[in-house]
Design a binder for this molecule. Structure first.
Ligand SMILES: *Cc1c(COP(=O)(O)O)cnc(C)c1O
Length: 409
């Protein structure tokens, strides 16, 4: 593959024009949209409008006039369209961690007589922390943590809930959500899926796969901005039995009655807790419009092509062999990023960033590169490999300035 050939792929790319919707700085190759999606013009304009006109001029009236109060449901339905969920099951609210606490509590409650949350040792640590935190409060609850290949054999009659992340945050290894959900159900367990690294990057079919509950992130592939509100999904068949501990007033059937007693709203709405973060949710709301009418299968296909191009180019250079692929080799078994282990991964990451290729590092030794199909060009993938090659060849990453650790990696 030559650079001209990579440019030709851009010429044939049906998603190429999507990039013009984003405000990416010049001279930067952004391989971190899996961690913080880029700013869209629509999100920037919306936030400015909400701040200046809605908040600035219409003040508190905007809760009604601009329907701020409906945002969690409205934005939830935009996300529902991306995850294969019929209306009435998806909300935008809180953080992924908080949403996980709520749906996991609910799933446990629905499974009277069973007490085990089964999860994977390699799951995103925050998900493990939340499960363990909940386990300490829920009487007799045990969090059973096993390796990915032991999950199936660990599904027994004690398992109340199978809690998994669809695409692993570090390795990008992707579970077969339909199959594991079916297996869990065969053993009488419910499933909770974390879609942080898959929503917006590939088609998902939560209803069709009979998923019980799911949570996901607003600031990764959905481009909602730093700390954007997250989402949750609860299948309609469970709505009659919903119980969750964060019974805030936004989940009340009539919050503005200010009744002393809690009466849950019907359906998925009772997962709402406190007042929504309107500025953040407005940014996500606008960013999601970018997905309207988009073919997520085309997004996935481009994601696979970009990722494979990087891998093929990287492997064509013997000098890069010290970067060991940690992600699955088969494209259909991984998400939209790649992970490589290297003893100096942190320094290489910093040297790449200094050279305008923004990637990230995951402790202890992983260089992680995300390939977001809406903004990334094939030619940039080509250039990123060339820059990586130059940094490794020259050992430039060994300069002391690249060893300094920041708080956020
Ligand atoms: C990014 C990510 C989260 C984020 O959780 P927050 O509550 O937003 O910090 C959760 N789960 C997974 C798997 C993630 O990758």
């Amino acid at each position: 593959m030559t650079r001209d050939e990579a440019c030709a792929l851009d010429g044939d790319d049906s998603l190429a024009q999507q990039r013009s919707a984003f405000a990416l700085p010049d001279g930067v190759i952004y391989l971190d949209g899996n961690s913080l999606g880029p700013l869209s013009h629509a999100a920037r304009d919306r936030v400015q409008e909400v701040v200046a006109q809605q908040w600035g001029e219409q003040l508190i009236q905007s809760w009604n006039v601009h329907h701020w109060i409906d945002l969690p449901l409205r934005v939830g339905e935009k996300i529902a369209a991306l995850i294969g969920a019929a209306p009435g099951q998806t909300l935008c609210c809180d953080s992924t961690s908080v949403n996980l606490f709520k749906v996991l509590s609910c799933a446990l409650h629905l499974q009277a007589g069973r007490s085990v949350i089964l999860t994977e040792a390699q799951n995103f640590p925050a998900d493990l922390y939340i499960a363990e935190g909940l386990g300490r409060f829920a009487n007799g609850c045990e969090v059973r943590t096993v390796s990915a290949d032991a999950l199936e054999a660990s599904l027994d009659t004690d398992v109340a809930v199978l809690l998994l992340t669809h695409v692993n945050f570090k390795s990008a290894a992707m579970h077969d959500m339909a199959r594991l959900t079916r297996l869990a159900h065969e053993h009488g367990a419910l499933v909770v899926w974390d879609l942080a690294h898959s929503a917006g990057a590939m088609p998902l079919e939560l209803d069709e796969w009979q998923v019980d509950f799911a949570v996901g992130c607003g600031y990764k592939y959905l481009n909602g901005g730093p700390g954007a509100p997250a989402f949750l999904y609860a299948a309609t068949r469970h709505h009659a039995g919903i119980r969750q501990p964060l019974t805030g007033w936004m989940g009340h059937s009539n919050p503005f009655a200010f009744a002393p007693d809690y009466t849950p709203a019907s359906g998925v709405q009772q997962f709402l807790c406190g007042t929504p973060a309107i500025l953040s949710m407005a940014a996500l709301d606008a960013a999601l419009d970018q997905f309207a009418g988009l073919d997520l299968q085309a997004v996935r296909t481009k994601s696979v092509c970009l990722t494979q191009l990087f891998l093929d180019l990287k492997e064509s250079h013997q000098e890069l062999s010290a970067l060991r692929l940690v992600s699955p080799r088969e494209a259909e078994q991984r998400g939209s990023h790649l992970a490589f282990a290297h003893a100096d991964a942190y320094a290489i990451c910093q040297a790449l960033i200094a050279a305008g290729v923004i990637v990230d590092f995951r402790a202890p030794d992983i260089l992680r590169l995300g390939f977001t199909p809406l903004t990334l060009r094939y030619a940039e993938v080509y250039d990123a490999v060339e820059i990586l090659l130059e940094i490794v060849r020259s050992a430039r990453y060994q300069a002391p300035e690249f060893a300094r650790r920041a708080r956020v990696t």
